[in-house]
Design a protein around this ligand. Structure first.
Ligand code: G6P
Length: 612
Protein backbone atom coordinates (compact mmCIF):
# COMPACT_ATOMS: atom_id res chain seq x y z
CA UNK A 1 0.00 0.00 0.00
CA UNK A 2 1.09 3.61 0.38
CA UNK A 3 4.78 4.17 1.01
CA UNK A 4 6.73 7.03 2.59
CA UNK A 5 10.35 7.99 2.13
CA UNK A 6 12.15 11.03 3.55
CA UNK A 7 15.73 12.19 3.45
CA UNK A 8 17.85 14.81 5.16
CA UNK A 9 21.62 14.71 5.01
CA UNK A 10 24.86 15.09 3.16
CA UNK A 11 23.75 13.63 -0.18
CA UNK A 12 21.36 15.02 -2.76
CA UNK A 13 17.86 14.09 -1.64
CA UNK A 14 16.15 13.52 -5.00
CA UNK A 15 18.01 10.35 -6.09
CA UNK A 16 17.74 8.93 -2.57
CA UNK A 17 13.99 9.57 -2.52
CA UNK A 18 13.46 8.04 -5.96
CA UNK A 19 15.60 5.04 -5.00
CA UNK A 20 13.57 4.60 -1.82
CA UNK A 21 10.29 4.80 -3.73
CA UNK A 22 11.54 2.09 -6.10
CA UNK A 23 12.22 -0.12 -3.09
CA UNK A 24 8.63 0.40 -1.97
CA UNK A 25 7.09 -0.30 -5.38
CA UNK A 26 6.48 -3.90 -4.37
CA UNK A 27 3.90 -2.82 -1.84
CA UNK A 28 1.46 -1.86 -4.62
CA UNK A 29 0.54 1.72 -5.56
CA UNK A 30 -0.94 3.73 -8.38
CA UNK A 31 0.67 7.18 -8.23
CA UNK A 32 3.76 8.78 -6.76
CA UNK A 33 5.17 12.16 -5.83
CA UNK A 34 7.96 14.02 -4.08
CA UNK A 35 8.71 17.43 -2.59
CA UNK A 36 12.15 18.83 -1.95
CA UNK A 37 13.22 21.81 0.09
CA UNK A 38 16.18 23.63 -1.40
CA UNK A 39 16.70 26.41 1.11
CA UNK A 40 14.12 28.94 0.06
CA UNK A 41 11.18 27.05 -1.31
CA UNK A 42 9.51 23.70 -1.83
CA UNK A 43 9.35 22.06 -5.23
CA UNK A 44 6.88 19.28 -5.86
CA UNK A 45 6.28 16.83 -8.68
CA UNK A 46 3.64 14.12 -8.87
CA UNK A 47 2.72 11.52 -11.47
CA UNK A 48 0.08 8.89 -12.03
CA UNK A 49 1.47 5.39 -12.57
CA UNK A 50 4.92 4.03 -11.93
CA UNK A 51 7.81 5.65 -10.07
CA UNK A 52 9.69 5.60 -13.40
CA UNK A 53 7.20 8.18 -14.73
CA UNK A 54 7.90 10.39 -11.74
CA UNK A 55 11.63 9.97 -12.35
CA UNK A 56 11.14 10.96 -16.04
CA UNK A 57 9.28 14.03 -14.89
CA UNK A 58 12.07 14.96 -12.48
CA UNK A 59 14.61 14.66 -15.30
CA UNK A 60 12.48 16.70 -17.70
CA UNK A 61 11.34 19.44 -15.35
CA UNK A 62 14.05 19.98 -12.76
CA UNK A 63 17.43 21.38 -13.76
CA UNK A 64 20.21 18.88 -13.22
CA UNK A 65 21.78 21.20 -10.70
CA UNK A 66 18.65 20.93 -8.49
CA UNK A 67 18.56 17.17 -8.82
CA UNK A 68 22.02 16.90 -7.31
CA UNK A 69 21.90 19.77 -4.82
CA UNK A 70 21.76 18.86 -1.15
CA UNK A 71 18.16 19.24 -0.20
CA UNK A 72 15.69 17.83 2.24
CA UNK A 73 12.77 15.94 0.81
CA UNK A 74 9.78 13.67 1.29
CA UNK A 75 8.23 11.26 -1.19
CA UNK A 76 5.26 8.94 -1.43
CA UNK A 77 3.65 6.13 -3.36
CA UNK A 78 -0.15 6.23 -3.12
CA UNK A 79 -2.62 3.34 -3.22
CA UNK A 80 -5.92 5.12 -3.82
CA UNK A 81 -8.54 5.09 -1.06
CA UNK A 82 -10.17 8.56 -1.02
CA UNK A 83 -10.38 9.68 -4.64
CA UNK A 84 -9.13 8.16 -7.88
CA UNK A 85 -5.43 7.75 -8.69
CA UNK A 86 -4.94 11.21 -10.25
CA UNK A 87 -2.09 13.69 -10.06
CA UNK A 88 -4.20 16.03 -7.91
CA UNK A 89 -4.84 13.28 -5.37
CA UNK A 90 -1.22 12.14 -5.27
CA UNK A 91 0.95 13.17 -2.31
CA UNK A 92 2.70 15.32 -1.09
CA UNK A 93 -0.24 17.60 -0.30
CA UNK A 94 0.12 21.28 0.50
CA UNK A 95 -1.30 23.66 3.08
CA UNK A 96 -3.06 26.86 1.92
CA UNK A 97 0.20 28.82 1.67
CA UNK A 98 1.91 26.11 -0.37
CA UNK A 99 4.90 26.44 2.00
CA UNK A 100 4.21 23.18 3.83
CA UNK A 101 4.03 19.72 2.22
CA UNK A 102 2.91 16.48 3.81
CA UNK A 103 2.81 12.78 2.92
CA UNK A 104 0.53 10.37 4.73
CA UNK A 105 -0.18 6.66 5.05
CA UNK A 106 -3.38 5.50 6.73
CA UNK A 107 -6.88 6.93 6.88
CA UNK A 108 -8.09 10.07 8.61
CA UNK A 109 -11.55 9.15 9.82
CA UNK A 110 -12.81 12.65 10.69
CA UNK A 111 -11.44 14.32 7.57
CA UNK A 112 -14.90 15.38 6.40
CA UNK A 113 -15.50 17.40 9.55
CA UNK A 114 -12.03 18.98 9.34
CA UNK A 115 -12.54 19.74 5.67
CA UNK A 116 -15.93 21.36 6.27
CA UNK A 117 -14.48 23.54 9.04
CA UNK A 118 -11.60 24.64 6.84
CA UNK A 119 -13.86 25.27 3.85
CA UNK A 120 -16.03 27.49 6.03
CA UNK A 121 -12.87 29.49 6.71
CA UNK A 122 -12.26 29.91 2.98
CA UNK A 123 -9.96 26.95 2.13
CA UNK A 124 -10.33 25.65 -1.40
CA UNK A 125 -9.27 22.00 -1.52
CA UNK A 126 -7.24 20.79 -4.49
CA UNK A 127 -7.89 17.07 -4.00
CA UNK A 128 -10.48 14.56 -2.80
CA UNK A 129 -8.12 13.04 -0.24
CA UNK A 130 -8.37 12.80 3.53
CA UNK A 131 -4.67 13.76 3.65
CA UNK A 132 -5.10 17.28 2.34
CA UNK A 133 -7.25 18.13 5.36
CA UNK A 134 -4.28 17.36 7.63
CA UNK A 135 -1.83 19.34 5.48
CA UNK A 136 -4.11 22.37 5.60
CA UNK A 137 -4.68 21.98 9.31
CA UNK A 138 -0.92 22.02 9.93
CA UNK A 139 -0.75 25.26 7.91
CA UNK A 140 -3.53 26.76 10.02
CA UNK A 141 -1.52 26.15 13.20
CA UNK A 142 1.86 27.17 11.77
CA UNK A 143 3.39 30.10 13.64
CA UNK A 144 7.07 29.50 12.89
CA UNK A 145 7.44 26.09 14.60
CA UNK A 146 6.58 23.15 12.36
CA UNK A 147 6.68 20.53 15.09
CA UNK A 148 4.25 22.51 17.25
CA UNK A 149 1.93 22.97 14.27
CA UNK A 150 2.01 19.24 13.44
CA UNK A 151 1.23 18.31 17.05
CA UNK A 152 -1.63 20.81 17.23
CA UNK A 153 -3.09 19.41 14.00
CA UNK A 154 -2.68 15.77 15.03
CA UNK A 155 -4.53 16.43 18.26
CA UNK A 156 -7.56 17.21 16.09
CA UNK A 157 -7.22 14.10 13.97
CA UNK A 158 -8.96 10.74 14.40
CA UNK A 159 -7.80 7.69 12.51
CA UNK A 160 -4.52 6.14 11.49
CA UNK A 161 -1.48 7.91 10.20
CA UNK A 162 2.17 7.82 9.46
CA UNK A 163 3.14 11.26 8.20
CA UNK A 164 6.22 13.21 7.13
CA UNK A 165 6.09 17.00 6.80
CA UNK A 166 8.49 19.66 5.54
CA UNK A 167 8.27 23.43 5.40
CA UNK A 168 9.87 25.97 3.07
CA UNK A 169 10.66 28.03 6.15
CA UNK A 170 12.49 25.32 8.11
CA UNK A 171 15.33 23.99 5.99
CA UNK A 172 17.04 20.80 7.08
CA UNK A 173 14.12 19.42 9.10
CA UNK A 174 11.50 16.77 8.65
CA UNK A 175 8.72 16.21 11.16
CA UNK A 176 7.38 12.68 11.28
CA UNK A 177 4.61 11.18 13.38
CA UNK A 178 2.84 7.87 13.66
CA UNK A 179 -0.32 6.39 14.98
CA UNK A 180 -1.34 3.03 13.58
CA UNK A 181 0.78 3.24 10.42
CA UNK A 182 4.44 2.21 10.61
CA UNK A 183 7.36 4.60 10.32
CA UNK A 184 11.01 3.92 10.84
CA UNK A 185 13.90 6.37 10.97
CA UNK A 186 17.25 5.26 9.55
CA UNK A 187 20.17 6.85 11.36
CA UNK A 188 23.26 7.16 9.13
CA UNK A 189 26.51 9.13 9.30
CA UNK A 190 25.45 12.74 8.86
CA UNK A 191 22.15 11.71 7.32
CA UNK A 192 18.78 10.40 8.36
CA UNK A 193 16.18 8.61 6.29
CA UNK A 194 12.54 8.04 6.95
CA UNK A 195 10.54 5.16 5.58
CA UNK A 196 7.32 3.30 6.09
CA UNK A 197 9.25 0.07 5.50
CA UNK A 198 12.92 -0.61 6.33
CA UNK A 199 13.61 -2.02 2.85
CA UNK A 200 13.63 1.59 1.54
CA UNK A 201 16.58 2.51 3.70
CA UNK A 202 18.65 -0.66 4.08
CA UNK A 203 21.11 0.40 1.35
CA UNK A 204 21.97 3.52 3.41
CA UNK A 205 22.02 2.32 6.99
CA UNK A 206 21.12 -0.61 9.20
CA UNK A 207 20.64 1.46 12.34
CA UNK A 208 16.98 2.27 12.82
CA UNK A 209 14.55 3.75 15.29
CA UNK A 210 11.01 2.36 15.16
CA UNK A 211 8.47 4.99 16.13
CA UNK A 212 5.66 4.01 18.47
CA UNK A 213 2.06 5.16 18.21
CA UNK A 214 1.76 8.73 19.45
CA UNK A 215 5.42 9.61 18.68
CA UNK A 216 6.34 12.84 16.88
CA UNK A 217 9.96 13.21 15.77
CA UNK A 218 11.96 16.18 14.59
CA UNK A 219 14.58 14.71 12.28
CA UNK A 220 17.68 16.55 11.05
CA UNK A 221 20.86 15.24 9.37
CA UNK A 222 22.39 14.41 12.73
CA UNK A 223 19.64 14.32 15.33
CA UNK A 224 16.34 12.64 16.07
CA UNK A 225 14.28 14.28 18.77
CA UNK A 226 11.12 12.42 19.77
CA UNK A 227 8.21 13.63 21.88
CA UNK A 228 4.63 12.53 22.40
CA UNK A 229 1.60 14.60 21.46
CA UNK A 230 1.93 16.46 24.78
CA UNK A 231 5.50 17.57 23.95
CA UNK A 232 6.92 15.19 26.59
CA UNK A 233 10.31 13.76 25.47
CA UNK A 234 10.30 10.06 24.55
CA UNK A 235 13.29 7.69 24.50
CA UNK A 236 13.48 5.16 21.69
CA UNK A 237 16.23 2.60 21.19
CA UNK A 238 18.29 2.33 18.05
CA UNK A 239 17.89 -1.19 16.61
CA UNK A 240 20.00 -3.02 14.02
CA UNK A 241 18.26 -4.31 10.89
CA UNK A 242 18.80 -8.03 10.51
CA UNK A 243 18.71 -8.50 6.78
CA UNK A 244 21.34 -7.75 4.14
CA UNK A 245 20.78 -5.16 1.39
CA UNK A 246 20.99 -8.05 -1.14
CA UNK A 247 17.83 -9.53 0.34
CA UNK A 248 15.82 -6.84 -1.42
CA UNK A 249 17.45 -7.48 -4.84
CA UNK A 250 16.26 -10.00 -7.46
CA UNK A 251 19.63 -11.76 -7.45
CA UNK A 252 19.49 -13.02 -11.03
CA UNK A 253 15.87 -14.21 -11.00
CA UNK A 254 13.32 -12.70 -13.39
CA UNK A 255 10.95 -11.93 -10.56
CA UNK A 256 11.05 -11.57 -6.80
CA UNK A 257 8.34 -14.19 -6.60
CA UNK A 258 10.49 -16.81 -8.33
CA UNK A 259 13.45 -15.89 -6.14
CA UNK A 260 11.32 -16.20 -3.02
CA UNK A 261 9.90 -19.55 -4.14
CA UNK A 262 13.44 -20.83 -4.60
CA UNK A 263 14.55 -19.41 -1.25
CA UNK A 264 12.17 -21.69 0.62
CA UNK A 265 14.54 -24.53 1.53
CA UNK A 266 16.65 -21.85 3.22
CA UNK A 267 13.81 -19.77 4.68
CA UNK A 268 12.15 -22.85 6.18
CA UNK A 269 15.55 -23.97 7.48
CA UNK A 270 15.84 -20.58 9.17
CA UNK A 271 12.37 -20.93 10.66
CA UNK A 272 13.33 -24.32 12.12
CA UNK A 273 16.88 -23.42 13.19
CA UNK A 274 17.46 -24.16 16.86
CA UNK A 275 13.81 -24.91 17.39
CA UNK A 276 13.54 -28.65 16.75
CA UNK A 277 14.47 -30.95 19.60
CA UNK A 278 15.09 -34.22 17.75
CA UNK A 279 16.07 -36.08 20.90
CA UNK A 280 12.84 -35.47 22.74
CA UNK A 281 10.53 -35.13 19.76
CA UNK A 282 9.44 -31.64 20.58
CA UNK A 283 10.09 -28.01 19.72
CA UNK A 284 11.85 -25.28 21.61
CA UNK A 285 10.05 -21.99 21.12
CA UNK A 286 11.16 -19.66 23.84
CA UNK A 287 9.22 -16.78 22.26
CA UNK A 288 5.97 -18.60 23.04
CA UNK A 289 6.71 -18.20 26.72
CA UNK A 290 4.33 -21.00 27.66
CA UNK A 291 5.33 -23.00 30.71
CA UNK A 292 4.13 -26.52 31.48
CA UNK A 293 1.27 -25.29 33.69
CA UNK A 294 0.04 -22.80 31.12
CA UNK A 295 0.07 -25.49 28.43
CA UNK A 296 -2.18 -27.77 30.41
CA UNK A 297 -4.51 -24.94 31.25
CA UNK A 298 -4.95 -23.77 27.69
CA UNK A 299 -8.52 -24.40 26.58
CA UNK A 300 -8.44 -23.18 22.99
CA UNK A 301 -6.32 -21.68 20.24
CA UNK A 302 -7.80 -19.00 18.04
CA UNK A 303 -5.80 -17.95 15.00
CA UNK A 304 -6.46 -14.70 13.20
CA UNK A 305 -5.00 -13.48 9.93
CA UNK A 306 -5.83 -12.27 6.43
CA UNK A 307 -5.25 -13.66 2.94
CA UNK A 308 -2.42 -16.16 2.75
CA UNK A 309 -1.79 -15.89 6.49
CA UNK A 310 -5.37 -16.96 7.09
CA UNK A 311 -4.77 -20.06 4.96
CA UNK A 312 -1.66 -20.89 6.99
CA UNK A 313 -3.81 -20.66 10.13
CA UNK A 314 -6.24 -23.15 8.60
CA UNK A 315 -3.45 -25.69 8.26
CA UNK A 316 -2.46 -24.93 11.86
CA UNK A 317 -6.01 -25.66 12.93
CA UNK A 318 -5.61 -29.29 11.83
CA UNK A 319 -2.21 -29.55 13.48
CA UNK A 320 -3.36 -28.24 16.87
CA UNK A 321 -6.36 -30.49 17.01
CA UNK A 322 -4.55 -33.58 15.82
CA UNK A 323 -1.29 -33.21 17.73
CA UNK A 324 -2.23 -31.23 20.80
CA UNK A 325 -5.88 -32.29 21.19
CA UNK A 326 -6.63 -28.62 21.56
CA UNK A 327 -9.79 -27.12 20.15
CA UNK A 328 -8.57 -24.70 17.51
CA UNK A 329 -10.26 -22.27 15.21
CA UNK A 330 -9.30 -19.76 12.60
CA UNK A 331 -11.08 -16.49 12.10
CA UNK A 332 -10.63 -13.87 9.41
CA UNK A 333 -9.00 -11.05 11.35
CA UNK A 334 -11.39 -8.57 9.73
CA UNK A 335 -14.32 -10.27 11.43
CA UNK A 336 -12.85 -10.92 14.83
CA UNK A 337 -13.50 -7.70 16.68
CA UNK A 338 -16.91 -7.07 15.17
CA UNK A 339 -18.37 -10.35 16.34
CA UNK A 340 -17.69 -9.68 20.00
CA UNK A 341 -15.47 -12.76 20.17
CA UNK A 342 -15.77 -15.30 22.94
CA UNK A 343 -12.24 -15.43 24.31
CA UNK A 344 -10.84 -15.30 27.80
CA UNK A 345 -7.64 -15.79 29.76
CA UNK A 346 -7.39 -19.52 28.94
CA UNK A 347 -7.51 -18.93 25.20
CA UNK A 348 -4.38 -18.35 23.17
CA UNK A 349 -4.94 -15.95 20.27
CA UNK A 350 -2.27 -16.27 17.59
CA UNK A 351 -1.99 -13.35 15.18
CA UNK A 352 -0.48 -14.56 11.91
CA UNK A 353 0.98 -11.90 9.65
CA UNK A 354 3.91 -11.69 7.29
CA UNK A 355 4.20 -7.91 7.48
CA UNK A 356 3.07 -7.48 11.06
CA UNK A 357 1.22 -4.38 9.91
CA UNK A 358 -2.09 -5.61 8.49
CA UNK A 359 -4.72 -3.29 9.96
CA UNK A 360 -7.38 -5.94 10.53
CA UNK A 361 -4.97 -8.34 12.21
CA UNK A 362 -3.67 -5.59 14.44
CA UNK A 363 -7.22 -4.61 15.39
CA UNK A 364 -7.92 -8.26 16.27
CA UNK A 365 -4.83 -8.34 18.51
CA UNK A 366 -6.06 -5.28 20.38
CA UNK A 367 -9.54 -6.73 20.75
CA UNK A 368 -8.18 -10.03 22.09
CA UNK A 369 -5.98 -8.12 24.54
CA UNK A 370 -8.96 -6.14 25.79
CA UNK A 371 -10.81 -9.41 26.33
CA UNK A 372 -7.95 -10.74 28.47
CA UNK A 373 -6.82 -13.54 26.13
CA UNK A 374 -3.21 -14.67 25.88
CA UNK A 375 -1.76 -13.21 22.69
CA UNK A 376 1.05 -14.35 20.45
CA UNK A 377 2.40 -13.09 17.17
CA UNK A 378 3.56 -15.26 14.32
CA UNK A 379 5.21 -12.58 12.27
CA UNK A 380 7.97 -12.23 9.69
CA UNK A 381 8.94 -8.57 9.86
CA UNK A 382 11.03 -7.97 12.96
CA UNK A 383 10.03 -4.90 14.94
CA UNK A 384 6.67 -4.61 13.17
CA UNK A 385 3.65 -3.31 15.05
CA UNK A 386 2.01 -6.70 15.62
CA UNK A 387 5.31 -8.19 16.77
CA UNK A 388 5.70 -5.40 19.29
CA UNK A 389 2.10 -5.27 20.46
CA UNK A 390 1.78 -8.98 21.01
CA UNK A 391 4.87 -8.90 23.20
CA UNK A 392 5.51 -12.60 22.76
CA UNK A 393 5.65 -14.70 19.69
CA UNK A 394 7.73 -16.50 17.14
CA UNK A 395 9.44 -14.84 14.22
CA UNK A 396 9.53 -16.62 10.85
CA UNK A 397 13.05 -15.43 9.91
CA UNK A 398 12.10 -15.75 6.23
CA UNK A 399 13.86 -12.49 5.26
CA UNK A 400 12.14 -9.70 3.33
CA UNK A 401 9.28 -10.88 1.14
CA UNK A 402 9.03 -8.44 -1.74
CA UNK A 403 6.63 -10.09 -4.19
CA UNK A 404 3.04 -9.13 -3.38
CA UNK A 405 1.94 -12.75 -3.68
CA UNK A 406 3.13 -14.37 -0.48
CA UNK A 407 5.17 -17.58 -0.82
CA UNK A 408 8.00 -18.10 1.63
CA UNK A 409 6.00 -16.44 4.40
CA UNK A 410 3.26 -19.08 3.96
CA UNK A 411 5.62 -22.03 4.19
CA UNK A 412 7.40 -20.40 7.13
CA UNK A 413 4.10 -19.84 8.91
CA UNK A 414 2.99 -23.43 8.39
CA UNK A 415 6.39 -24.73 9.54
CA UNK A 416 6.23 -22.67 12.73
CA UNK A 417 2.61 -23.66 13.37
CA UNK A 418 3.69 -27.30 13.11
CA UNK A 419 6.43 -26.61 15.66
CA UNK A 420 3.93 -24.93 17.96
CA UNK A 421 1.50 -27.82 17.66
CA UNK A 422 4.32 -30.28 18.32
CA UNK A 423 5.41 -28.39 21.42
CA UNK A 424 1.86 -28.00 22.74
CA UNK A 425 1.16 -31.63 21.88
CA UNK A 426 4.19 -32.92 23.75
CA UNK A 427 3.26 -30.75 26.70
CA UNK A 428 -0.20 -32.31 26.74
CA UNK A 429 -0.84 -35.73 25.28
CA UNK A 430 1.35 -36.47 22.25
CA UNK A 431 3.43 -39.60 22.78
CA UNK A 432 7.20 -39.45 22.63
CA UNK A 433 7.20 -41.87 19.64
CA UNK A 434 4.82 -39.75 17.60
CA UNK A 435 6.71 -36.63 18.64
CA UNK A 436 10.03 -38.12 17.54
CA UNK A 437 8.61 -39.28 14.22
CA UNK A 438 7.01 -35.93 13.47
CA UNK A 439 10.07 -33.92 14.51
CA UNK A 440 12.14 -36.03 12.10
CA UNK A 441 9.64 -35.37 9.31
CA UNK A 442 9.62 -31.63 9.98
CA UNK A 443 13.43 -31.63 9.89
CA UNK A 444 13.23 -32.99 6.32
CA UNK A 445 11.27 -29.98 5.09
CA UNK A 446 14.15 -28.21 3.30
CA UNK A 447 14.91 -31.38 1.29
CA UNK A 448 11.19 -32.00 0.59
CA UNK A 449 10.93 -28.48 -0.83
CA UNK A 450 14.09 -28.97 -2.88
CA UNK A 451 12.57 -32.10 -4.43
CA UNK A 452 9.63 -30.01 -5.66
CA UNK A 453 11.86 -27.18 -6.90
CA UNK A 454 13.75 -29.71 -9.03
CA UNK A 455 10.52 -30.24 -10.97
CA UNK A 456 10.39 -26.60 -11.99
CA UNK A 457 10.70 -27.35 -15.72
CA UNK A 458 8.04 -30.08 -15.59
CA UNK A 459 5.66 -27.77 -13.71
CA UNK A 460 6.29 -25.06 -16.30
CA UNK A 461 5.14 -27.57 -18.93
CA UNK A 462 1.94 -28.30 -16.97
CA UNK A 463 1.33 -24.55 -16.83
CA UNK A 464 1.20 -24.33 -20.62
CA UNK A 465 -2.24 -25.88 -20.93
CA UNK A 466 -3.55 -24.13 -17.83
CA UNK A 467 -2.51 -20.71 -19.09
CA UNK A 468 -5.06 -20.96 -21.92
CA UNK A 469 -8.05 -21.18 -19.58
CA UNK A 470 -9.97 -18.50 -17.71
CA UNK A 471 -11.28 -20.69 -14.89
CA UNK A 472 -9.79 -23.35 -12.62
CA UNK A 473 -10.64 -25.38 -9.53
CA UNK A 474 -8.33 -26.52 -6.73
CA UNK A 475 -9.50 -29.41 -4.55
CA UNK A 476 -8.21 -30.88 -1.32
CA UNK A 477 -9.29 -32.52 1.92
CA UNK A 478 -8.15 -32.16 5.51
CA UNK A 479 -5.02 -30.03 5.81
CA UNK A 480 -4.80 -29.97 2.00
CA UNK A 481 -8.08 -28.05 1.83
CA UNK A 482 -6.40 -24.78 2.91
CA UNK A 483 -3.55 -25.58 0.52
CA UNK A 484 -6.14 -25.80 -2.27
CA UNK A 485 -7.47 -22.39 -1.20
CA UNK A 486 -3.95 -21.02 -1.21
CA UNK A 487 -3.17 -22.52 -4.63
CA UNK A 488 -6.29 -20.90 -6.06
CA UNK A 489 -5.43 -17.60 -4.40
CA UNK A 490 -1.91 -17.64 -5.88
CA UNK A 491 -3.31 -18.27 -9.36
CA UNK A 492 -5.95 -15.51 -9.10
CA UNK A 493 -3.52 -12.98 -7.68
CA UNK A 494 -0.84 -13.20 -10.32
CA UNK A 495 -2.39 -14.70 -13.47
CA UNK A 496 -5.89 -13.15 -13.20
CA UNK A 497 -7.41 -16.56 -13.93
CA UNK A 498 -10.62 -17.07 -12.00
CA UNK A 499 -9.73 -19.87 -9.62
CA UNK A 500 -11.69 -21.41 -6.76
CA UNK A 501 -10.41 -23.63 -4.01
CA UNK A 502 -12.86 -26.13 -2.55
CA UNK A 503 -13.02 -28.98 -0.16
CA UNK A 504 -12.93 -31.90 -2.60
CA UNK A 505 -16.27 -33.24 -1.34
CA UNK A 506 -17.99 -29.87 -1.60
CA UNK A 507 -17.60 -29.54 -5.34
CA UNK A 508 -20.61 -31.64 -6.09
CA UNK A 509 -22.78 -29.44 -3.88
CA UNK A 510 -22.93 -26.66 -6.42
CA UNK A 511 -19.65 -25.60 -8.01
CA UNK A 512 -19.54 -28.69 -10.23
CA UNK A 513 -22.22 -26.97 -12.31
CA UNK A 514 -19.45 -24.71 -13.59
CA UNK A 515 -17.29 -27.54 -14.96
CA UNK A 516 -16.83 -27.44 -18.69
CA UNK A 517 -14.75 -29.80 -20.86
CA UNK A 518 -11.05 -29.09 -20.57
CA UNK A 519 -11.35 -26.94 -17.44
CA UNK A 520 -8.25 -27.44 -15.26
CA UNK A 521 -8.94 -29.05 -11.88
CA UNK A 522 -5.94 -29.30 -9.57
CA UNK A 523 -6.39 -32.18 -7.13
CA UNK A 524 -4.26 -32.54 -4.02
CA UNK A 525 -4.07 -36.32 -3.77
CA UNK A 526 -1.04 -37.06 -1.63
CA UNK A 527 -0.79 -40.04 0.71
CA UNK A 528 -3.35 -39.59 3.46
CA UNK A 529 -6.11 -41.61 5.10
CA UNK A 530 -8.63 -40.02 2.73
CA UNK A 531 -6.72 -40.13 -0.53
CA UNK A 532 -9.15 -42.61 -2.10
CA UNK A 533 -12.04 -40.30 -1.40
CA UNK A 534 -10.15 -37.44 -3.01
CA UNK A 535 -9.41 -39.54 -6.07
CA UNK A 536 -13.10 -40.37 -6.24
CA UNK A 537 -13.88 -36.66 -6.34
CA UNK A 538 -11.31 -36.25 -9.11
CA UNK A 539 -13.12 -39.00 -11.04
CA UNK A 540 -16.35 -37.01 -10.81
CA UNK A 541 -14.61 -34.09 -12.48
CA UNK A 542 -12.91 -36.26 -15.07
CA UNK A 543 -16.27 -37.78 -15.99
CA UNK A 544 -17.39 -34.27 -16.90
CA UNK A 545 -14.42 -33.65 -19.15
CA UNK A 546 -12.18 -31.70 -16.76
CA UNK A 547 -8.42 -31.75 -17.19
CA UNK A 548 -7.00 -33.21 -13.97
CA UNK A 549 -3.69 -31.95 -12.62
CA UNK A 550 -2.86 -34.20 -9.66
CA UNK A 551 -0.39 -33.46 -6.90
CA UNK A 552 0.53 -36.95 -5.71
CA UNK A 553 3.00 -38.72 -3.45
CA UNK A 554 6.08 -40.15 -5.14
CA UNK A 555 5.81 -43.90 -5.38
CA UNK A 556 2.15 -43.82 -4.31
CA UNK A 557 -0.81 -44.79 -6.47
CA UNK A 558 -0.66 -42.37 -9.38
CA UNK A 559 -4.15 -41.52 -10.39
CA UNK A 560 -4.61 -43.03 -13.81
CA UNK A 561 -7.16 -40.36 -14.49
CA UNK A 562 -4.66 -37.52 -14.13
CA UNK A 563 -3.71 -35.64 -17.29
CA UNK A 564 -0.72 -34.11 -15.53
CA UNK A 565 1.08 -35.26 -12.42
CA UNK A 566 3.31 -33.32 -10.05
CA UNK A 567 5.02 -35.45 -7.42
CA UNK A 568 5.89 -34.60 -3.85
CA UNK A 569 8.07 -36.88 -1.72
CA UNK A 570 6.36 -39.26 0.68
CA UNK A 571 5.93 -37.59 4.07
CA UNK A 572 3.50 -37.03 6.91
CA UNK A 573 0.21 -35.55 5.59
CA UNK A 574 0.54 -32.41 7.76
CA UNK A 575 4.14 -31.87 6.65
CA UNK A 576 3.14 -32.51 3.02
CA UNK A 577 1.16 -29.26 2.99
CA UNK A 578 4.43 -27.37 2.58
CA UNK A 579 5.91 -29.11 -0.49
CA UNK A 580 2.42 -29.22 -2.02
CA UNK A 581 2.06 -25.46 -1.56
CA UNK A 582 5.44 -24.93 -3.21
CA UNK A 583 4.29 -26.96 -6.24
CA UNK A 584 1.19 -24.75 -6.54
CA UNK A 585 3.26 -21.58 -6.18
CA UNK A 586 5.44 -22.67 -9.11
CA UNK A 587 2.37 -23.61 -11.13
CA UNK A 588 0.79 -20.17 -10.58
CA UNK A 589 4.10 -18.46 -11.32
CA UNK A 590 4.57 -20.20 -14.67
CA UNK A 591 0.96 -19.65 -15.73
CA UNK A 592 1.30 -15.93 -14.95
CA UNK A 593 4.63 -15.75 -16.78
CA UNK A 594 3.14 -17.41 -19.87
CA UNK A 595 0.25 -14.96 -19.78
CA UNK A 596 2.66 -12.02 -19.58
CA UNK A 597 1.34 -10.74 -16.24
CA UNK A 598 3.20 -8.27 -13.99
CA UNK A 599 3.98 -11.00 -11.47
CA UNK A 600 5.53 -9.10 -8.59
CA UNK A 601 3.02 -6.26 -8.57
CA UNK A 602 -0.39 -7.53 -9.64
CA UNK A 603 -3.06 -4.96 -10.40
CA UNK A 604 -5.09 -3.62 -7.47
CA UNK A 605 -3.15 -5.58 -4.86
CA UNK A 606 -1.01 -4.28 -2.04
CA UNK A 607 1.66 -6.13 -0.12
CA UNK A 608 0.71 -4.78 3.24
CA UNK A 609 -2.89 -3.74 3.77
CA UNK A 610 -2.83 -1.01 6.38
CA UNK A 611 -6.48 -0.01 6.03
CA UNK A 612 -9.48 -2.00 7.24
C1 G6P B 1 -2.29 -8.65 1.49
C2 G6P B 1 -1.26 -9.40 0.68
C3 G6P B 1 -1.40 -10.89 0.93
C4 G6P B 1 -1.30 -11.19 2.40
C5 G6P B 1 -2.32 -10.39 3.22
C6 G6P B 1 -2.06 -10.48 4.70
O1 G6P B 1 -3.55 -8.88 0.96
O2 G6P B 1 -1.40 -9.11 -0.70
O3 G6P B 1 -0.37 -11.57 0.24
O4 G6P B 1 -1.49 -12.55 2.62
O5 G6P B 1 -2.24 -9.00 2.88
O6 G6P B 1 -0.83 -9.88 4.98
P1 G6P B 1 0.06 -10.19 6.24
O7 G6P B 1 1.26 -9.28 6.06
O8 G6P B 1 -0.75 -9.81 7.43
O9 G6P B 1 0.41 -11.61 6.22
Amino acid sequence: MCGIVGYVGRHAATPVLLGGLRRLEYRGYDSAGLSVQDGKELLTLRAVGKVSRLADKVRAEWPEELQTRRVVGIAHTRWATHGAPTEANAHPHADASGRIRLVHNGIIENYRAIRAKLEAKGHVFASETDTEAVARLVGEYYKGDLRKAVIAALRQVEGAYGIAVISADEPGRIIVARKGSPLVIGVGEGECLIASDPSALISHTRRVIYLDDGDVALVTADSVDITDLNHAPMDRDVAELEFEPGAVEKGGYDHFMLKEIHEQPESVRNALRGRLDLLNGTAVLSGMGTGARELLDLQRIVMVGCGTSLHAGMVGDFAFEELAALPAEVQPAAEFRYRNPLVDGRDLVVAISQSGETADTLAAVREAKDKGAMIMGLVNVVGSTIARETGRGVYLHAGPEISVASTKAFTGQVAVLLLMALKLGRGRRLSRERGLALAAEIARLPELIEAVLRQDAAIAKVAESMAKHEHAFFLGRGPMHPVALEGALKLKEISYIHAEGYHAAELKHGPIALLTPGMPVVVLANRSPVVDKTLGNAEECKARGARIIAIVTEGGPVAAIADDVIQIPDCDPLVATIPAAVALQLLAYHVARLRGCPIDQPRNLAKSVTVE
